[in-house]
Write a protein that binds this ligand. Structure first.
Ligand code: ZN
Length: 286
């Protein structure tokens, strides 16, 4: 759901850690990964000491990604763009016997992006398309909410295609003067036919042609860590197929709601869309 536009400047409110400050560390999880406890960001929280058995950790009822580190087990919690600012709670331990661990979400302002879409059906779909769009939304929600319980050896991601970062995550969008859902991915300006590659090892969980996203591939990197690439010209993988980091998933295009060829890349953690730029190294120029 993208449009190629000039780069925008994001206004970022500094992350302020309070309350459970001792449990929240600012150190990178892996090179290139920068936790940011803001709406659309990722809270990186130590939940158990190093050497302890892996704890059970849930956020809003969903299991979260856990990585073992020198300083302990770190939970990486995806915070959707509509996360309220203020105190949130992780549940540590088995269901029914869990203890709460509180952390703070601080505000982040995302800029407005105004776009003109030539096809009015892509702004306000025909009633006959609404059922299809609803069914596709549910299917994608299921796919991105799966929890495949395997170790995740690294949490930094490779940009699926080299190019200018054209539309950043979180833009509050206005299509043809009408407010629409915010941009829940990162766009990369690439010509049609550019190879699009897996950001990390994983398993392909969906290959489909969707109303808004066009030709789309989902890759499950494990423990609810999921990538989606869309607006492809064609996919070159099938659902169920394991892929390695850097392996080709398809070729870029402009299928679905796109006014020109580019890549749209979304990243999900515990079902929440989070900013893909937090996972890529080196940090992109802002
Ligand atoms: Zn996009």
């Amino acid at each position: 759901m993208c449009e190629i536009v000039p780069p925008v400047t994001q206004v970022i409110t500094k992350v302020i850690v309070t309350g459970t400050a001792a449990m929240l560390l600012s150190a990178s999880v892996h090179a290139g990964f920068r936790p940011e406890a803001v709406p659309g960001g990722v809270a990186g929280i130590i939940v158990a000491p190093a050497g302890a058995p892996r704890p059970e950790v849930r956020y809003e009822g969903r299991p979260v990604l856990l990585v073992p580190q020198r300083d302990g087990w770190r939970a990486l919690v995806g915070l959707s763009l509509d996360t309220p600012v203020g105190e949130r709670t992780l549940d540590i331990g088995p269901e029914g016997q869990s203890r709460p661990l509180r952390f703070d979400v601080t505000p982040k302002d995302y800029p407005v992006q105004k776009l003109t879409i030539k096809n009015p059906k892509m702004v306000t779909p025909d009633p006959t398309d609404v059922a299809r769009i609803d069914a596709e939304r549910k299917r994608q929600l299921e796919i991105r909410s799966q929890f495949r319980d395997v170790p995740v050896p690294r949490t930094d991601l490779a940009l699926p295609a080299e190019g200018r970062l054209s539309s950043r995550f979180g833009l509050r969008r206005v299509f043809n003067g009408e407010p629409r859902a915010p941009h829940t991915g990162l766009d990369v300006a690439v010509p049609a036919g550019t190879p699009i590659r897996a950001p990390a090892d994983g398993v392909v969980t969906l290959v489909d042609d969707l109303y808004f996203n066009g030709k789309t591939v989902f890759v499950d990197h494990g423990q609810g860590f999921v990538s989606m690439v869309c607006h492809l010209d064609r996919a070159s993988v099938e659902a169920g197929q394991p892929v390695r980091r850097g392996e080709m998933l398809g070729l870029s295009g402009s299928s679905g709601r796109a006014t020109g060829p580019h890549l749209h890349w979304s990243v999900y953690l515990n079902g929440a869309a989070v900013d893909p730029a937090l996972f890529i190294a080196p940090p992109p120029a802002r």
